[in-house]
Design a protein around this ligand. Structure first.
Ligand SMILES: [Zn+2]
Length: 290
């Protein structure tokens, strides 16, 4: 069964770089059936950002790429912005932990402003490095994470969390942290989820699953909210290091062809989950993404 008309096909987490495939990757996505991308920012420069201006430049690049992809490819792109939690490691080494934390907090304020001005849809990636860090950096990380949750609360938006893989206990801990900061856990997304989490045991936190074939098969019958993503890196130095941007639409086609309920299932990650977590629905018109 082909993909139904009017169904958005959404990759919930990718990166694009002006030095990588950029628009070409978005063209592959569209050719495979994709319509909407959530585009997470990243460092585009050689050094970790050491000033608020550097973060402002970074966010402008992300916003510019989103615009370019819409204009040239017709794929709707939603920017997701925040200082990357791992930046605290490099910035602490250069500036000291307390100045690095202060910069990080200002960059979170800036990202919150982008959301309130409707130029971004969520704060991300926020959270914790996926590797051990010194005690001093770890304290800064925890402070920054709490602050990110508060900025999301005040900006009325979701957060996209970067962290090591989480056990069910980890999901519950995350949910409690969000609640402590006044952000409903239903607005917290664990990105790069690499194994299925039981919907009953994740404390309301929403998994964004890596679109590996087996995992997609395992989760496709789960009630929402959950998302699919590639975490596409668009790094010409690491070809094939991650899933290609065409992957989510290809998985969607496979689900659609999988049986009677196939096409119904797709509304869960691509429409209903977005509506529940973000508060609006992506839409497709006769000409493509709206
Ligand atoms: Zn990412």
């Amino acid at each position: 069964m082909p993909l139904p008309r009017g169904l958005p096909v959404v990759d919930h987490h990718c990166h694009l770089s002006p030095r990588g495939d950029g628009v070409l990757a978005a063209e592959r996505f569209r050719a495979a059936g994709g319509t909407h991308l959530f585009l997470a920012t990243q460092n585009y420069e050689e050094s970790v950002p050491l000033s608020l201006e550097a973060y402002a430049r970074q966010f402008e690049v992300t916003g510019g790429l989103a615009q370019k992809v819409l204009e040239e490819v017709g794929v709707r792109v939603y920017p997701v912005l925040a200082p990357y939690p791992v930046d605290l490691v490099g910035a602490s080494a250069r500036l000291g932990a307390s100045a690095a934390l202060e910069l990080h907090r200002s960059a979170l304020d800036l990202a919150g402003r982008w959301v309130r001005e409707k130029k971004a849809v969520a704060l991300g990636e926020v959270g914790r490095p996926h590797f051990p860090v010194s005690e001093e950096v770890s304290a800064a990380v925890e402070d920054a994470f709490r602050y990110a949750l508060e900025v999301a609360r005040d900006s009325d938006c979701p957060v996209v969390v970067h962290s090591p893989d989480l056990t069910p206990e980890g999901f519950v801990e995350l949910s409690e942290r969000a609640r402590d900061a006044g952000l409903p856990p239903e607005r917290v997304i664990k990105h790069y989820a690499r194994s299925r989490v039981d919907p009953e045991s994740r404390g309301g936190v929403v998994p964004s699953y890596l679109a590996r074939r087996e995992l997609v098969r395992e989760v496709s019958n789960d009630p929402g909210p959950w998302f699919l993503e590639t975490d596409y890196l668009d790094d010409p130095r690491r070809p094939g290091a991650v899933l290609d941007l065409a992957t989510v639409p290809r998985r969607a086609v496979a689900i659609a062809e999988g049986g009677d309920r196939g096409t119904d299932l797709l509304w869960t990650p691509f429409v209903e989950s977005i509506e529940r977590v973000y508060g609006w629905r992506p839409e497709v018109g006769p000409e493509g993404a709206l």
